[in-house]
Write a protein that binds this ligand. Structure first.
Ligand code: HT7
Ligand code: ZN
Length: 870
């Protein structure tokens, strides 16, 4: 399979001033006529991308071409001779009803829709399917009037004509030039809710959210989220919406979360539909954040777009950063940062340590669709956050203004972005940009000493980055490390060190640029306690052999709430690792009493914010353990974690019950941040108590299931019961199914609850569920909620006593034949292969070899699996 390289980028030889797309939608085929206005900028043959298309005709300036005038080779249409300026008219035929890849034009539950990012437009017509060709679009859609009353595309509605024969035709025109990956079309019989937003300059924007009939009343949270996003972008970045209409359409079959097509976002239904009966607090939060993310793309992605796909993080990293900041402003900034860093650690750090590690701006790839990774998105966002930390918020805003001033309407690179932020702030980002081309998670070693005779505290920091595929050695990174020194009673001390920066937000910063650097702090009459990497100001692995006294001190007293939670995780990790060691060596498991006392103190702390307390009580996850431990022995992870959880629950049974009783049933329908915090704390208390497996607690869980007044409570109880041997288990699962069997979005929760248990028969349950009438392997949400969730269930996926790898590989192969993008998302389950014990490793490798040996395997899956063999 061929690779493509960033170094081969060449600016286009043609420009396309405008394109008119005419769609004629029918039940068994769709006819597309694409008329483009093209200019040749330099001598070149015309090469257009196209896949799975039936070509009907080609005309240049109205003259029909014969087969001697062009060639069709694999994935290109080549016309060697074209004039300087010409109108190219291409007619193609598609079969959207047979399109199971869900890219290009396809049908989901009777609705025609498109997904063009990254390279789906080439499945609609022959075109320059590259983001640096920006074009004005006008679109007509003709379809049956009864079956498809709603006909949508990007931009402004021009008119809709009744054709008098049971068919109608809609005309759309988009005043903004765009790359073809932002093109969209939707045609179907849909319900809609409407509202409007008046922009700061007084323009009224019509807002519409479409969903299947009967579901539209569940779209109001998405609508509210959209209005909040529009206001936030005006207030924060002075960015205003630029069309008269903004439409969101919920679709059941969708490969990803959502798509930011200009003026016409297409969303996975699970990220639109919500009410308190059917959606959890986490769902509500995810919807708010994804609606915001897609809206924010209107400026960061659409108005300023990508020069080429290697620059994907230019829009995705920046837009994730913007949605994280939005969520922080809408909810609780401290808790939001904890959640974002948890997700980064679990997903992106694992990616950076695995066979598919790649830079934020990759150099090569086989399948462009494989770029939609945690590294591009989440690490990309951390890179932007570091820029903001270095220049401060005000400086960052100045840089963003400059970015839009320089590049509005252009297709640009991450280098252009870095220049726009650094230059107005008088900063040099030459070294900083290594974050874009070096992969891997840097390790920072911390060493400290205190000299009481000189009243000096010395801090030595050393950085290195482990080798990653194709990058055996790395240059030092530019690391902004936010820090303070704390006194014995937790106060921030005056920092007398000339190497410490203060950014425009008044935050103290070490800008570590060398492999090793020493910092001396003067006039400290007592040994200070170091608080470093505050707010997780750089995405690094901090190795710091701090004393237990200091760690416990910081967990209790650090003035940076993120670091308090970080210390709780660090101590918890140490305790768990000792328990894992004992479990692996068949020793008695001995609980660390100091840790137990500290966790008990948190449980009993009446002043701590509730949402934050729930985060403090979380034990490090199996995926975090998997990254720290040399061997992936998940049975020992499970034993260690449940033993520790049980010990904490036993010690605090009464207090946990009191927390539960205090908050259970309080404002069950409220969705404000306070209510989220209450529910998160009391459900975390319940999950601790459930570890005791005592009948009284299971009664409480069962009662919560049957009496739940919202999905957060119902789902928590169902997950606990699903993971138990309780007599209540089957009845609850059966009831959930009966209640929600006609609701595709909610049924996914039922699959996940059963795929993520630690019960020994989980694999058998998952196998059975793949044959369940509610499971459809062509629906991405079903695949993710059952199969991918099982692949992420480290305990049961890596169970030496089962054939989980073989079953999972069978499913990858089956999905791959229909939908390569979805299959590729399943492959990451094999990322830990190098950490497996020899027998397990061989079992996993055998399956990977089997998959790679299939000739018809897609390049998407092949690229990801092959590297696991390297
Ligand atoms: N920009 C969107 C990415 C996306 C996507 C990528 C590959 C295959 C299907 C897809 N659907 C949407 C989503 C976003 O980041 O906003
Ligand atoms: Zn995005």
């Amino acid at each position: 399979q061929e690779k493509i390289y960033l170094r081969d980028y060449k600016a286009p030889s043609f420009s396309v001033e405008s394109i008119n797309l005419d769609f004629n939608l029918n039940e068994d085929f769709c006819r597309v006529i694409a008329k483009s206005n093209i200019t040749k900028k330099e001598a070149a043959e015309l090469r257009l991308n196209g896949e799975e298309l039936k070509l009907v005709s080609i005309k240049i300036n109205d003259k029909v071409l014969t087969s001697q005038d062009y060639q069709i080779t694999g994935e290109e249409l080549i016309i060697p001779q074209v004039p300087e300026k010409f109108i190219l008219e291409i007619e193609t035929e598609l079969e959207p009803q047979k399109n199971t890849s869900l890219e290009g034009l396809y049908k989901s539950n009777g609705i025609f829709c498109t997904q063009c990012e990254a390279q789906g437009f080439r499945k609609i017509t022959y075109f320059f399917d590259r983001p640096d060709i920006m074009t004005s679009y006008s679109v007509t859609i003709e379809a049956d009037k009864k079956k498809y009353p709603v006909l949508l595309s990007n931009g402004d509605r021009v008119r809709i004509d009744d054709l008098g024969n049971g068919r109608h035709k809609a005309f759309w025109s988009d005043p903004h030039k765009k790359p073809c990956y932002l093109f969209a079309l939707v045609a179907g019989d849909l319900g809609v809710i409407r509202d409007n937003f008046v922009t700061k300059s007084g323009r009224k924007v019509n807002l519409e959210v479409y969903a299947a009939h009967g579901k539209q009343e569940r779209c109001w949270h998405a609508m509210d989220s959209l209005k909040k996003s529009m206001k936030w972008d005006e207030d924060t970045f002075n960015l205003e919406y630029d069309l008269n209409d903004y439409m969101i359409v919920a679709i059941d079959d969708f490969n990803a979360g959502a798509m930011e097509n200009k003026g016409l976002n297409v969303f996975n239904s699970r990220l639109v539909l919500a009410d308190s009966n059917s959606a959890t607090d986490v769902d509500f939060h995810a919807i708010e954040s994804v609606v915001a993310h897609e809206y924010f793309h209107n400026w960061t992605g659409n108005r300023v777009t990508l020069r080429d796909w290697f620059q994907l993080s230019l829009k995705e990293g920046l837009t994730v950063f913007r949605d994280q900041e939005f969520s922080a402003d809408m909810t609780d900034r401290g808790v939001q940062r904890i959640e974002d860093v948890d997700a980064l650690r679990v997903g992106q750090f694992a990616e950076d340590a695995g066979p598919n590690a790649h830079p934020v701006r990759p150099e090569s790839c086989m399948a462009v669709d494989n770029f939609f990774t945690m590294t591009i998105y989440e690490k990309g966002s951390e890179v932007i956050r570091m820029m903001q930390t270095i220049v401060g918020r005000k400086g960052f805003r100045k840089g963003m203004d400059e970015y839009f001033k320089r590049h509005d309407g252009q297709a640009v690179t991450t280098d252009d972005f870095a220049a726009a932020i650094s230059e107005p702030n008088g900063k040099d980002f030459t070294q900083f940009k290594r974050w874009y081309h070096q992969s891997g998670t840097p390790v920072v070693n911390v060493n400290e000493s205190y000299d009481s005779s000189k009243s000096e505290y010395t801090l030595t920091l050393e950085q290195h980055c482990p080798p990653t595929p194709n990058q055996p050695t790395k240059e030092p990174f530019h690391l902004p490390l936010m820090m303070e020194l704390l006194s014995k009673n937790g106060q921030e001390l005056k920092l007398e060190c000339d190497k410490i920066e203060t950014n425009s937000d008044g935050k103290h910063l070490i800008e570590l640029k060398e492999a090793k650097e020493t910092y001396v702090f003067k006039n400290l009459n007592e040994r200070p306690v170091l608080s470093i990497l505050r707010q997780f100001s750089a995405p690094v692995n901090l190795k710091w052999q701090a004393s237990q006294d200091d760690l416990y001190f910081l967990m209790e007293k650090d003035t940076d709430s993120f670091n308090r939670r970080e210390m709780a995780q660090k101590i918890g990790l140490g305790v768990l690792r000792q328990l894992i060691d004992q479990a692996r060596n068949k020793k008695d498991l001995v609980i660390d009493q100091r840790y137990l006392a500290a966790m008990s103190a948190i449980i009993r702390d009446e002043k701590m914010d509730h949402g934050f307390k729930a985060k403090m009580l979380q034990l490090p996850s199996h995926s975090v353990l998997a990254q720290e431990e040399a061997v992936l022995d998940t049975e020992s992870f499970h034993t260690a974690r449940t033993t520790l959880k049980k010990a904490i629950a036993k010690e605090n049974r009464q207090q946990l019950l009191e927390i539960y009783q205090k908050f259970h049933g309080v404002e069950p329908k409220s969705r404000d941040t306070k209510a989220f915090g209450h529910r998160s704390l009391k459900n975390s208390a319940l999950s601790y108590l459930a570890e005791l497996h005592d009948p009284e607690v299971l009664e409480v869980v069962n009662k919560q299931y049957w009496g739940a007044q919202n999905m957060t409570d119902r789902m928590t109880a169902m997950m606990i019961l699903a993971d138990s041997e309780s007599v209540h288990r089957d009845k609850a699962l059966h009831n959930f199914y009966e209640e929600w069997k006609n609701d595709a979005v909610v049924m996914n929760k039922w699959f996940t609850a059963q795929a993520t248990t630690s019960r020994k028969q989980t694999l058998e349950d998952v196998k059975t569920l793949t044959k369940h009438p509610a499971f459809n392997i062509t629906n991405p949400n079903n695949v993710y909620s059952l199969l991918r969730a099982f692949g992420a269930n480290l305990v049961r996926f890596h169970d030496p006593k089962t054939d989980a790898y073989e079953f999972y590989a069978d499913k990858i192969i089956e999905v791959d034949a229909k939908n390569p993008q979805v299959a590729a998302r399943l492959c990451s389950a094999f990322n830990f292969v190098q950490k497996l014990e020899p027998a397990m490793k061989e079992k996993a490798l055998k399956q990977i070899r089997r998959m790679v040996g299939i000739e018809a395997l897609s390049k998407n899956s092949r690229e990801l699996l092959q590297s696991a063999l390297a």
